[in-house]
Design a binder for this molecule. Structure first.
Ligand code: ATP
Ligand code: MG
Length: 335
């Protein structure tokens, strides 16, 4: 445990664990937004909170950065109780991204991204260099975009600026409340892809709220399914949640088509039939060995084939067939 972790703005630590211990929020009018909620968020992982409208997702997120004060419970970041800290100072070490971003309209993009570094007292040279580095990282060329104002960007571009701003001071934790829900489905898919690549680079501890089970499955290392009052129904990695929902409430929530969703989170190696030595080069569809069953099935459907050749480092290492795909779920469900 590092007692000074959240005081540091330097590169010493880049991700922290979050422990929520029996936290709750009851409003003065008696509304129990969150009853009694506990969760361990692992350092460097992306944890998704999902559940119906009004179940307390945003409340939980906002208790982590103390925009909402819990009525009871403890919140630890890397073992340190953040409820004992100055909330304003704390928030400088916690990135926060919301729907529609909340960029400052009268500041240009570079100034927006540099908000927290400036608050932390960085000089303008360092702040601007950091802002440009982040813009680059989220796929916005600083030469083109740094001097623009928020209204001169598309919704998806603004969302990326929001992510850049949240990451600017290298926070230990990133909180994201429905970050991609305001953009159209195609832009959303692209943003999700980019975001996965970004997370592979920065490896932050992220808590992301969504309504969208496909987004949860796509982005989450773990998914927490909540019911009203912040009741935790299940907390598991996506493949496990889809394979073994542990209540009817969860299986209803993940949907009747969860079998199809599972294809997208199941490595195709699980359905691969290894190539016989000296197997002939096939002229049919191929798929990369790092792909999923979804990729394999898509390749087969696109070329009307019944099998697809699995390629690794330029070599054919096996095949996946339509039959072998559909044999996987049974085998895997017993794990
Ligand atoms: N100031 C308040 N006073 C009383 N009740 C409140 C207050 N703010 C929020 N609530 C209630 O707390 C509950 C949880 O709200 P919260 O915003 O956390 O839900 P959510 O899961 O994020 O929903 P959504 O998916 O619609 O964003 C809701 O029932 C809401 O009406
Ligand atoms: Mg909400």
């Amino acid at each position: 445990m590092d007692a000074t972790a959240i005081n540091e703005s330097g590169p010493a630590r880049s991700a922290a664990s979050i422990t929520l211990e029996d936290i709750g929020k009851t409003y003065p009018d008696g509304t129990v937004a969150v009853g009694d909620f506990s969760l361990e968020v692992h350092a460097g992982e992306l944890t998704v909170l999902i559940g119906p409208s009004g179940c307390g997702k945003s409340t939980i997120l906002r208790m982590i950065n103390r925009l909402i004060e819990p009525t009871h419970g403890r919140i630890l970041i890397d073992g340190q109780n953040i409820l004992e800290r100055n909330p304003v100072e704390l928030r400088r070490h916690i990135g926060y991204v919301i729907q529609n971003v909340g960029l400052f309209p009268h500041q240009n993009i570079r100034t927006n991204v540099g908000t927290v570094p400036r608050l932390l007292g960085w000089d303008s040279k360092r702040t601007n260099a950091r802002a440009d580095e982040l813009l680059e990282l989220v796929g916005l060329d600083p030469a083109r975009y740094a001097k623009r104002y928020p209204h001169e960007l598309s919704g998806g571009q603004r969302q990326r600026v929001g992510v850049a701003r949240a990451l600017a001071a290298d926070p230990l934790v990133l909180l994201m409340d429905e970050p991609f829900s305001a953009v159209d489905p195609i832009a959303r898919g692209r943003l999700q892809e980019e975001f996965l690549r970004l997370q592979a680079t920065v490896r932050k501890t992220i808590v992301l709220v969504t309504h969208d089970i496909d987004e949860a499955v796509r982005l989450g290392d773990r998914i927490a399914v909540l019911a009203e009052g912040g009741k935790l129904l299940q907390y598991a990695p996506p493949a496990e949640l889809l394979a073994k929902p542990d209540s009817t409430a969860v299986s209803d929530f993940v949907g009747a088509d969860r079998g199809i969703r599972r294809l997208a989170v199941t490595p195709l190696r699980q359905a691969m039939i290894p190539a016989a030595p000296g197997a002939a080069e096939a002229g049919g569809p191929t798929v990369d060995a790092e792909g999923t069953l979804y990729d394999a099935l898509a390749a087969m459907l696109a070329s009307d084939a019944t099998e697809v050749v699995v390629v690794e480092d330029g070599k054919n290492v096996g095949v996946v067939t339509r039959t072998s795909i559909f044999e996987v779920p049974e085998a895997e469900a017993k794990v």
